[in-house]
Design a protein around this ligand. Sequence first.
Ligand SMILES: [Zn+2]
Length: 453
Amino acid sequence: MIDDTGQPQMLITNGTLATFGEANELIEGGALLIVGDEIAAVGPSSELEQQYPTAQRLDAGGRLVMPGSICAHTHFYGAFARGLGIPGDAPANFPQILEKLWWRLDKALLWDDVRMSALVCLIDAIRHGTTTLIDHHASPNAIDGSLDVIAEAVRQAGLRACLSYEVTDRDGPRKAEAGIRENARFIYKAASAGGGWPEVAGAFGLHASLTLSDPTLARCAEAATPLGAGFHIHVAEDKADQRDSLRRSGLRVVERLHEAGILGPRTIAVHCVHIDAYEKDFLRETGTMVVHNPRSNMNNAVGVADVHGLLRRGICVGLGNDGFSNNMFTEMKTAYLVHKLQQGDPRAMPGDVVMLMAYRNNARIASRFFPKPLGELTVGAHADVIVLDYHPFTPMTAGNLPWHILFGVGGCEVTHTIGGGKLLMKDRQLLTLDEEAITAQAMERSVQTWNRF
Ligand SMILES: [Zn+2]
């Protein structure tokens, strides 16, 4: 069970391995050796069982073994919005959704709510096989230390996350400054923790162009640059962001952010629904990454991003859930469907392009923050692995795997989740988090949060 270097070993045997990555193989009767937090060998079960006779065995029983999903944009803090009634008339557009729901909910959150919101999302992520999440946090009445609270929950869960606090001017200069401080403090702390804290990283969070003044953007660029940090910001989610940017600066959103020094190869521009060709070229030239969130875009009725146009330019477009359930299989299905409907063309958004976003591109985005390869079952990658009770009734190959996943996998088939080499869920039983206790505490906190709301 322990190798020469004292690291625990786990050998997953008898699985159908979908490796993803460059090799993109489907290995039937395959095995995967994990040493410490890393994948150490991948190959036929018969060979690896002979080579590593003392490793702790996990028999996959012919089930599908895949890399854990990556979510490139989420909001743990939104968890308590589930079932929440918004007083008055229903929001009629995106700015009203922000004002009537999100900017009231985030103000109602205190530190314990931040912790419980994160924990319930992390349970959901483990249950649905999402092992890496890039979170964007807001709690204007509990800013200082909020990212530490979330980081602690992430470490308790055994998952991997990149955290940001969203800086905004909407709550006044004092809170904007506190947001800047929180990002800078946390990014420094996560980076300087080095190998001791490999599962948590930081990016510099910004809400969106429409709630950020030029001086605040300049302050953020000034604070982030010495840390070598990238930004995580909502970009042109709705037309309102473009209208505001043109009014403030005479520039469209992406150009305004470029002028402010926000774009770059470590920056995540979320949504990019309402950007023009000129703005796409800025994203490409700066190497800025984009995250597509189709469920959220449909829910807010803001439109559908031109993902094809972005990908054709060579821009790295990944997939996020923007606070929807942490089941990335559902997000993949939504991406697969919405572009077809919107374009009136069943050839739009083929399954392999969905997989490109969800696996290769999300892994590229996550690799800006984590040291080892992710989203693939290859030697040297982070050992973030899931086992799914999926048994195809039609031939399955590496070539048609995307369509098996899109049409056959719902997310509830995940029976085992391994994060950083540690079993987090075994036969659907959570091992790191006490789901019953967390649910009960979240219920208590959410009632209080709703009362403050
Ligand atoms: Zn978002």
